[in-house]
Design a protein around this ligand. Structure first.
Ligand code: M6R
Length: 617
């Protein structure tokens, strides 16, 4: 089986008065940020002919193919595929067709019982060309349509045979004015445009340019999308549903590159604005209150919470670790942060007074969704800190606080971390109900933070100079204590993911328990040595590293002159509370990694082997 996690792929479909292949290709472009290795498109031409074009490589290559074949069509579906196993070649690329080449399918997800279905189809004379599980879908539809004699019923029967997670779009030569779409545990949304046009996509980013009016498909939905009508059935129960129209809360302007060479740099530079948007209307310094509209509906339930379990993955997990320190410190509620991929398989006691808090930029991360689903029947409160409005996690949770960071396009998460930590700080203050000696100080500090974040951004040229000195090292250690510790973990993740340099984050207090053995002149350390109660301890850690010849880059708070004598390079951040230091540290480490990656000429927005949204296990 092609075990590519195809759910990280992209689906786009269009039916309407415009040239369908143009709209689909533009939609695929909008999904490029997710990462992919092959693309394809199928359309039913106005003449009635079907065209299937697919290849390995970028959307630009697909555009050349389309230009050569100059289709005229008002119905088309397209796909970007992201493979881990199975070659990213034109045979494995989507759309896939039935043997008769008149039914075309694009598919995100994994068909778990594909082997079994394939064997049955082979017995019935079907032939397979690709290594994918997806190729069984058009053939299974073909099989049932022939048996039953109706396209919609045949498609429904095929969908009922599929086990696993999937989102699919289907077009057929005999149904030249319709796109069919269905989903189970994989997102699919239909944009309802002007002049009776519909744009189908697995990610709203492909729809934004056309319309903000959308219908999110739910599990078990089969949508029949015609040029001037939209019908939705539940293919398991065969009952009709009324499409529920919603408004996308996205700002298209924010999703464009502007003067920046790539999205990562643009998004790093948005740090001040990100903090500002996250606190806007929520921090009321005059009244000394935090107003979180998203939590109002559950405020009574929140009074009974005695433990919080945070679940998340990657950068969102590290934001959760910062949140653990802040919530415990400010609100005095015990917090445990778990990797969602571990949480879902653990068998731990979970009481109703424990709250599950899911953090996710995309709102589509499979492991985080699974964690929420695991506790569905436990009777506990499920909150979300999500950036993408209308996403699966946003819809699954009882309540939550949106990040309002705007679309994040680069695979490496930057501004989302800043927004998540800001929101976690707001939640800590909110839960504390003002009963903490640092409440007012922290609340006021948040107001001054966008300017401090700007001061850090202004250090970019200096950070670049320092980063370039370290670009040829093969390994890096990131260390910190207290709030500096989760910051160090996130710093290491950023460096490894975009510059491909091995990096490890460590609690500085652990150095003598193992990592010190690694230190020599070829193993540099990035030390977080900002002003906190632990500063003298981290200074001792740095001394120990220097004594063993290890080069050190340190981040310190303005005014710390002593550190200059100890380390090769220092980057100074403005004075801030220890709770808010991670918000400034993150930008420094993001820029440090960014400039190394830039010097190494890697594809910064699309690091190899990674996708923006990890929507399968
Ligand atoms: O969309 P999410 O926040 O749920 O994504 C979680 C991780 O996949 C994500 O943070 C990933 O680690 C990033 N590539 C980190 O930069």
């Amino acid at each position: 089986m092609d075990s590519a996690p195809k759910d990280m792929c992209g689906i786009v479909g269009y039916i309407g008065s415009k040239e369908a292949t143009d709209v689909v290709v533009e939609g695929l472009r909008a999904l490029e940020y997710r990462g992919y290795d092959s693309t394809g498109i199928a359309c039913i031409e106005d003449s009635g002919n079907a065209k299937l074009l697919k290849q390995s490589g970028r959307v630009d290559n697909l555009i050349s193919l389309i230009k050569e074949s100059a289709p005229r069509s008002h119905v088309a579906i397209g796909h970007t595929r992201w493979a881990t196993h199975g070659l990213p070649n034109s045979v494995n690329a989507h759309p896939h067709a039935n043997n008769n080449q008149d039914i075309f399918v694009v598919h995100n997800g994994i068909i778990e019982n594909y082997q079994e279905l394939k064997e049955q189809l082979i017995k019935n004379g079907y032939i397979f060309k690709s290594q994918t599980d997806s190729e069984i879908i058009p053939n299974l539809i073909d099989y049932y349509v022939r048996q039953i004699g109706s396209f919609e019923k045949g498609l429904s029967a095929a969908l009922n045979d599929l086990k696993g997670a999937f989102a699919i779009a289907v077009i057929a030569k005999n149904k030249p004015k319709t796109i069919y779409a269905a989903k189970v545990s994989s997102p699919l949304v239909i944009g309802v445009g002007k002049n009776k046009e519909y744009i189908l996509a697995s990610d709203p980013n492909a729809i934004l340019e056309h319309t903000k009016e959308v219908v999110f498909l739910e599990d078990g939905d089969l949508a029949v999308i015609g040029p001037d009508k939209l019908k939705i059935y539940n293919f398991k129960k065969s009952n009709k549903k009324k499409p529920k129209l919603e408004l996308l809360d996205y700002d298209q302007e924010k999703a464009s590159l502007g003067q920046f060479p790539n999205f990562m740099l643009k998004e790093i530079f948005e740090a001040p604005k990100t903090i500002q948007s996250a606190i806007l209307g929520r921090v009321r310094p005059d009244e000394k209150i935090i107003k979180l509209g998203g939590l109002e509906g559950v405020s009574t339930q929140l009074n009974y919470i005695d433990r919080i379990v945070i679940v998340a993955c990657g950068t969102s997990y590290y934001a959760g670790l910062v949140g653990e320190y802040i919530i415990e410190d400010i609100a005095g509620i015990p917090v445990e942060v778990q990797l969602a991929s571990e949480f879902k398989y653990r068998n731990e006691p979970f009481s109703r007074s424990t709250m599950l808090l899911a953090i996710s930029q995309s709102g589509e991360t499979a492991d985080t969704i699974a964690a929420l689903e695991k506790v569905k029947d436990f009777g506990c409160l499920r909150l979300g800190i999500i950036n993408t409005t209308g996403s699966t996690i946003a819809r699954l949770t009882d309540a939550g606080v949106y990040c309002h960071a705007g679309p994040e396009r680069a695979v490496a998460s930057t501004k989302a971390f800043i927004a998540q930590v800001t929101v976690l700080t707001l939640i800590a203050l909110y839960l504390s109900k003002g009963n903490n000696k640092n409440y007012t100080k922290l609340l006021e500090e948040l107001i001054s933070l966008p300017q401090k974040a700007q001061d850090v951004i202004d250090l970019a040229p200096e950070i670049k100079k320092i980063a370039l000195k370290y670009k040829n090292y093969r390994s890096f250690l990131f260390i910190g204590r207290g709030y500096g510790y989760p910051s160090a973990l996130e710093g290491a993740l950023k460096l490894k993911e975009i510059s491909y340099i091995h990096a490890e984050g460590y609690a500085a207090g652990e150095m003598k328990h193992g990592p010190l053995a690694l230190i020599d002149k070829d193993f540099p350390t990035f030390a977080i040595a900002t002003n906190t109660n632990d500063l003298d301890k981290i200074m001792s850690n740095i001394e120990e590293i220097r004594a063993r010849g290890g080069p050190v880059v340190a981040v310190a708070t303005k005014g710390n002159k002593a550190i200059k004598r100890l380390v090769q390079d220092v980057i100074y951040i403005p004075k801030t509370l220890s709770h808010t230091q991670p918000l400034l540290l993150a930008t420094i480490m993001q820029l440090f990694s960014y400039y190394i990656a830039e010097a190494k000429k890697v594809d910064i927005d699309h690091p190899r082997n990674l996708a923006k949204s990890v929507t399968v296990e």
